[in-house]
Design a protein around this ligand. Structure first.
Ligand code: FDA
Length: 505
């Protein structure tokens, strides 16, 4: 159609390099569908009825991003920025109105400076590429971000980002030193030129409301030469309920060098009614050697007797591989940008501030046993997360949070979508009395459109607060102010973008 033709002409005349056909893919380009699909993680959004972008811009230079922003603004075409494509609701590649995707996978250089304990990383790099690049330079530095190697740094860091080191070093977004962004006027801004407010907003408030993030300058953190990992599985028949109850009492008080996550999943259960049970995996990563851990566990959590033969000592990068289920000697796997297996899924999140009673856990087992494939991941907070102020960056879930729950239900065929989304709603409903209230908080990086959505281009502060307060609590208002300042016409928008203040609000 004509505005997409005009967009293409505008883009070609605004870039220096030719031919533009290498940078911009239209539906006639042979690579269009393979590039579109390449980083889609959730098959719910890969079907014929999902609206496809007018074009996919794959910038090699910052000027290509600038041209794409200027021309789409001129033609009134929406932009979806995509780095790793892991958005749980597909917001980096799905839109209800005419749109282009700016897919940043060609902009993924990583420049590690061990002597300054920092790195410049372009948005299209994945966490796996970042971790690999750090380990190539040093065995005693790392970066505290998520555990899945195919996540893109562009989306992940702009939404917070946590993994096995966040109790000691904070979120990925807490460790950003500088950033480069293309704003709504097509200018490239850095920390100094974007100013404190915008720099605050993009570290946890989500990048997509404010512009296109090109790169982050990150603070690298020291890691010990030896890290210890350990996994122990217990079923409910083996006393998991009591152990979890005890875990809740100590999880946020564990020394900050340790993360003791729990993963709940279905398992075969001999002697149970229909051969199914719930298995709880106690998943530890210690940024220390075993000798220091054992006395602490003995004193504080003796109920979980640890099997010393199962301790695994390794380098930090090997622990990254271990957590991702990659064999120890296959670190190159971190460079693979797409996941081996993809499925349909729906996820949600909660924050827990008071221990869940044993009766509450037993009711949860009943609900979980009705599901097919699911995972619940319980991530303990505390450590440095309790020391950083709630308003330091937009991510507000700090002091007082015992742990975060991520609920994930997955399935294999499209026609089962409605059924599984229904089961997820049932599970979330059941958890209401046991989790944070007023607001019932949620994690932006586990995006959930059930929390509420904008009305395209015209959402009031009150309407957007329905979902906004849940992700950002008291930081939401400030995010709306920053948005109003930097993008007053609300060009960068999606179903859950930060709205612009309207007159009188
Ligand atoms: P994607 O490209 O889909 O972008 C996500 C959002 O950010 C979209 O709104 C997009 O428009 C915007 N965006 C992306 N790049 C941008 C840019 N350059 N400029 C402006 N806006 C941009 N989280 C966590 O904290 N810890 C973890 O361990 C995990 N693990 C995990 C495993 C798996 C399998 C999945 C699918 C997801 C996670 N996550 C996670 C959640 C993850 O952090 C979240 O989905 C991130 O937003 C993904 O960032 P991507 O760049 O990959 O996504």
């Amino acid at each position: 159609n004509s505005n997409s033709q005009r967009f293409l002409q505008c883009f070609s005349s605004n870039i220096n390099s030719n031919p533009s056909s290498k940078i911009i893919l239209t539906k006639n380009s042979p690579a269009y569908f393979s590039v579109l699909q390449s980083s889609i993680q959730n098959l719910r959004f890969l079907n014929n009825s999902t609206r496809k972008p007018l074009a996919i811009v794959t910038p090699f230079q910052y000027s290509h991003v600038q041209a794409a922003v200027k021309c789409s603004k001129k033609e009134g075409i929406q932009i979806r920025s995509r780095s790793g494509g892991h958005d749980y609701e597909g917001l980096s590649y799905v839109s209800k109105t005419s749109f282009i995707i700016i897919d940043l996978f060609n902009l993924r250089s990583i420049d590690i400076e061990i002597e300054n304990e920092s790195a410049w990383v372009e948005s299209g790099a994945t966490l796996g590429e970042l971790y690999y690049a750090i380990a190539q330079k040093s065995k005693v530095y790392g970066f505290p971000a998520g555990t899945c190697p195919t996540i893109g740094v562009g989306g992940h860091i702009s939404g917070g980002g946590h993994g096995t080191m966040f109790r000691k070093y904070g979120l990925a977004a807490d460790n950003v030193l500088d950033a480069k962004i293309v704003d709504v006027n097509g200018r490239v801004l850095d920390r100094k030129s974007m100013g404190d407010e915008l720099f605050w907003a993009i570290r946890g408030g989500g990048g997509s409301s404010f512009g296109v993030i090109l790169a982050w300058k990150l603070r690298l953190v020291p890691v010990p030469a030896t890290v210890t990992v350990y996994s122990e599985a217990r079923t409910i028949e083996q006393g998991a309920t009591k152990l979890i109850f005890k875990w809740q009492a100590i999880a946020d008080r564990i020394p900050e060098e340790y993360v003791l996550r729990l993963v709940f999943q279905v398992a075969n259960g001999a002697g149970t009614n229909d051969g199914k049970t719930i298995q709880v995996i106690f998943n530890f990563v210690f940024l220390e050697s075993v000798e220091k851990l054992l006395p602490w566990m003995q004193e504080n959590f003796p109920e979980l007797s640890l099997d010393k033969t199962k301790f695994n000592e390794m380098s930090w990068i090997e622990s990254v591989l271990y957590i991702s289920g990659i064999p120890r000697n296959e670190s190159e796997t971190l460079l693979q940008r797409t996941q081996q297996s993809k499925g349909f899924f729906k996820a949600k999140s909660d924050y827990v501030t008071e221990p869940i009673s044993e009766a509450g856990l037993e009711g949860l087992w009943e609900r979980l046993l009705q599901l097919e494939i699911f995972q619940l991941i319980l991530t303990p907070f505390g450590g440095i997360m309790s020391e950083v102020s709630d308003s330091e960056i937009p991510f507000p879930h700090r002091k007082g949070t015992l742990f975060e729950i991520q609920y994930l239900v997955s399935w294999g065929v499209d026609k089962e979508t409605e059924k599984h989304i229904g089961s997820m709603k049932m599970l979330y409903e059941y958890m209401t009395p046991y989790v944070s209230k007023s607001p019932r908080a949620a994690y932006l990086n586990y995006r959930d459109l059930d929390l509420g959505t904008n009305i395209n281009g015209n959402t009031s502060y009150a309407q957007a607060s329905i979902w906004g307060l849940r992700y950002f609590k008291n930081n939401f208002r400030r995010l709306v102010h920053v948005k109003t300042l930097v993008d007053p016409e609300n060009f960068f928008r999606n179903e859950q973008s930060i709205p612009v203040l309207q007159s009188g609000e």
